[in-house]
Structures are given as C-alpha cells and as structure tokens.
Design a protein around this ligand. Structure first.
Ligand code: C2E
Ligand code: MG
Ligand code: MG
Ligand code: MG
Length: 293
C-alpha cells in the first residue's frame, strides 16, 4: 500500500503542477497567436483639462478579444506577455496602431491631441528596441512626434531609476514626452523623481477612489499635487468616477482628469466620434463650487 501511495501522490502532484504550467503555456501560445491574428486592438480613454473642460489627450489601452477566452483583461495578460517576452510585440503593435490612428484622425481634420501608449519596465531595460520602434512608427505613420507620448509606471521607473532616467532623457531628445503612471504606489523619493525629465504625473486610481471620504487619501493627493507643481509637472488624476471626485480634485488644483465620469475607454470609432463632436466636460465656476465644499 504505502509503496503504491508514494508514486500516486507524486503523480497527482506532478499532474497539478503541469496543469498550472500548461495553463500559462497555453495562455502564452494563445497570446502569441493573438498577436499574429490581429485579435488585439487599442481602446482610447480621453483626458480632460480642468481649466477648460476640453479633451487634451488620450491614453491607449490594449484589448484582447480571444475567440476561445472572450475579452481578456490586460491585467491578466500583460504579466504573461512580460514573462514570455511577447510584451515587445504587444507594445510595438500598440505604437504602430496608435501612431497611424492618430495621424488618420488629424488628416480627417479632427483636433490634434497626443496619444499616450503604456510601456512596461522590461522595455525600458532593453531600450534600444523601444527607441527604434518609436522612430519606425513615427516614420511610417507620418505623425508629428509631439503627438506621441509614453507612460511608465512609477514602480518600473524606480526599479532601476538611473537607467529609466537615461531612457526618458533619450525619448525627450527624440521629441517624445513621458508620464509617470500609477504615481503614489511606487515609493519614489523626491530626490530621484526630480531627476526624471518627465512632463506629467498620473495619480493612481486607488487614492482617488476614496478621496472624498478618506482624509488620508485626500492628504496624499493634496501633497502629490503640491509636489508636482513644485517640480513644474502636470498632474493627472486617474479613476475619476463621479461629480464628487471631480469637484474635490478641482479644489485641490489637479490639472487634468481621466476616468469613467467623463468617458470609459472607447473603441476607435467611439473616440473618433467624441473628437468629432468636440465633446467637453461641463465645468461649473470654481467659486460656486468652493462654496459647497
Ligand atoms: P493604467 O495604465 O493605469 O490604465 C488605467 C486603467 O484604469 C485602465 O484599465 C482603465 O480602463 C482603468 N480606468 C480608467 N478610468 C477608470 C475609472 O474611472 N474607474 C475604474 N475603476 N477604472 C478606470 P485597463 O484597460 O484594464 O488596463 C489595466 C492596466 O494594464 C493599465 O493600467 C496598464 O498598466 C496595463 N496596460 C493596458 N494596456 C497596456 C499596453 O498596451 N501596454 C502595457 N505595457 N500595459 C498596458
Ligand atoms: Mg497608463
Ligand atoms: Mg495608471
Ligand atoms: Mg494601473
């Protein structure tokens, strides 16, 4: 009995292990095919200026519509893409699609705004490939370089800050601006942050979520806005979902917002239409607002 139990347990253990490995592998394989078969697309979420209410930018977010798995969230497949090296192909797809799409809209006479593409830390590590991909898509699309931006998360930026600073500097020299994404979650020191030649800080959604009810979150956002101003950076609040969030952030002096309150990320058609209609955020005068809070 005992003799046969050992191998059986081992077998079960091996089976479970290989099931998990197989799942990751099959996700990897599916993702590899997804890149080849055009199952990926870009959605766009508008960014709004709080002094005018106008759309002044858009963030591109990758979407994967898998025939077998349905809509797969980037939160689930970006980590797999990073581990398997497929992230380069995903990023190059996004750069290519976004540059061409943005140029096409401008050629149609829609207002010119920058499109921001997310890049992962790994691509900053091997930056030559990223830099040449940027050059290539600018050349093939004909998009003016000021209309392409990159977003790098604070935690990736800080993992090897000296390298990230050098890459951001090279991008800046190429005419491509960078924003630090998910700010507040990555433990940067002020002394390191001030060395980054960036234009923008994006405050992580987790601080905005409870801004009207959690005094700690309100204090953190207040401090980030003040710090960004001191460093002459624009500050964008992510995850603005309602009027209360909006009013509070205006009161604190944030420059821009992005979130479901104004618009969810939209497929290309939806974004084009929003730009064509010239849709704006309705802003009541700030002094009326201050009387309420
Ligand atoms: P992120 O760059 O911080 O993007 C913002 C995320 O917040 C998006 O999720 C967006 O849909 C979501 N969001 C925007 N407004 C609101 C709101 O008001 N409420 C809530 N609850 N959520 C909001 P998404 O599209 O699922 O992307 C998740 C993350 O996946 C992104 O976070 C980014 O880190 C990564 N990602 C997305 N696309 C790409 C890509 O093309 N390349 C890379 N490397 N990463 C990407
Ligand atoms: Mg982002
Ligand atoms: Mg973010
Ligand atoms: Mg995020």
């Amino acid at each position: 009995r005992a003799k046969s139990q050992g191998p059986a347990t081992l077998q079960m253990f091996n089976k479970e292990m290989s099931t998990r490995a197989a799942k990751t592998l099959s996700l990897q394989n599916r993702l590899r095919r997804a890149v080849e078969n055009a199952e990926l697309s870009a959605h766009y979420q508008p960014q709004v200026d709080l002094s005018t209410g106008a759309v002044i930018g858009m963030e591109a977010l990758v979407r994967w519509q898998s025939p077998e798995l349905g809509m797969v969230s980037p939160a689930d497949f970006i980590p797999v893409a990073e581990e398997s090296g497929l992230i380069d192909a995903v990023c190059e797809f996004m750069l290519d699609v976004c540059a061409h799409q943005n140029k096409e809209w401008q050629d149609q006479g829609l207002p010119a705004i920058p499109v921001a593409v997310n890049v992962s830390g790994r691509q900053f590590q091997y930056a030559r490939r990223l830099l040449s991909a940027c050059e290539r898509v600018l050349a093939t699309s004909g998009l003016d370089r000021r209309w392409l931006e990159l977003e790098l998360t604070e935690s990736s930026a800080m993992r090897d800050a000296d390298n990230a600073i050098a890459v951001v500097q090279q991008l800046k020299e190429m005419g491509i601006g960078c924003a630090i994404d998910d700010f507040g979650t990555g433990y940067s020191s002020l002394s390191v942050l001030k060395r980054f030649p960036i234009q923008k800080l994006k405050i992580d959604r987790s601080f905005v979520m409870d801004i009207t009810t959690d005094p700690n979150d309100a204090a953190i956002v207040d401090a980030i806005v003040a710090m960004a101003k001191a460093l002459k950076l624009k500050v964008v609040a992510e995850g603005v979902e309602n009027q209360e969030h909006l009013d509070f952030l205006r009161g604190l002096g944030a420059d821009q917002i992005q979130g479901y309150f104004f618009s969810r990320p939209l497929p290309a058609d939806g974004m084009r239409q929003l730009l064509a209609e010239g849709r704006k955020l309705d802003l009541q005068p700030l002094d009326t607002l201050m009387a309420h809070i």
